[in-house]
Write a protein that binds this ligand. Sequence first.
Ligand code: GLC
Length: 418
Amino acid sequence: MTLNKTMKLLLAGVAVTLSTSAAMAQTNLRVFVSSQHRPDVWRKAFDMYEAKNPNVKVTIETGGNTSEAQAQYLNTVMTAKDSSLDVMILDVIRPAQYAAAGWTVPFNDVLGDANAAMKRYLPAYAEANTVDGKVVALPAFADAMFLYYRKDLLEKHGVQPPQTWDELAAAAKKVTAAEKDANLQGLSFQGKAIEGAVCTFLLPYWSMGKQLVSDGKLSFDKDAAVKSLKLWKDFVDQGVAKKNIAEVATDDTRKEFQAGNVLFAVNWSYAWGQFQGGESAVKDKVGVVKLPAVQGGQPASCLGGWEWGVSAYSNNKTEAQKLVQYLSSPETSEFMAINASLLPQFPDVYTDQDVTKAVPWFASARPVVETAKARPVTPRYNEVSDIIRTTVNAVLAGQSTPEEGATQMEGRLRRVLR
Ligand code: GLC
């Protein structure tokens, strides 16, 4: 046997040993993904990771179609100290709460200089994921609320995108009256008692220049609260929004707009990708602008976003953290922006050429995200959220007047936030 051949055989042996040990060291990671945020596109990102890391297999789990339904499911898993989930996507309002419960593993040891690593992200997300110096989760994507509108219908009726809610009501009345389409709603927004309804309430409230919490204390402005609840209820009473808006969750707004049945919609960035998809009735007919303001106020958006946390009960923490670092990288952010219209958590990705080619309005979305307001940060956020969303829902369902709603909201909030 020539030396060359011997070498080849030896090397083949090495290769066999290596692949056997690689097969033995296979890690299965189970990742919870929010069902409304394109698990099909995340799957492609996982496929790319698996291709580079043949020892890792990723399985996706989803459940619940709203933020709080998903949180409820995760709370059950975490309370049971269940090790079956390794990685979970968390709404931006939750990492601090998960960290306080000891449910997530900090990333500080794997980040090197954690401060420098977090400085790469938009500041709001570095902040939301850092608790007492510990990086408790890494940003998956940014989010904010926008006004979607039917470009084709506004153009047809010579109407400009509205800058105030009053202008929106007038535009909606004009276009729906002229279209005479019984299925066409003027405006869709979130009136169901879901997390999104907290933002529904806060949008006009913030637009009036009011804060809910300042210096950690409740700074409830009752007059502004009444006006905010009344603004939404008036849309229903005037026929601008549909009568059963109290049953509408975020993805219902998305689906109804996508089916061509809505003129204006308040929604988050993910909706755009779906509107442009193959099954959409409104492809190439959609415009996006910042949300209207109240008369005499400033436009305000609600800060959203989702974060990747590694479960404290995972048996694969090291591999899970490596996967999350890949998921929270500029490359994955760019991929998700292009393919799922999820807003980048990195400032520079907004103006990346491939991103602006795929989602032209992202170039002007960055200032909206940067000035979007955060929901109150408090350890008792779940109660705060519950109070606000059930009140919004009761007012829209006609069970309380805006005045009654604001009074109840204030009383209940005072018991939680002093
Ligand atoms: C979006 C936001 C999230 C928010 C939720 C409310 O998913 O990103 O932060 O809580 O909508 O429905």
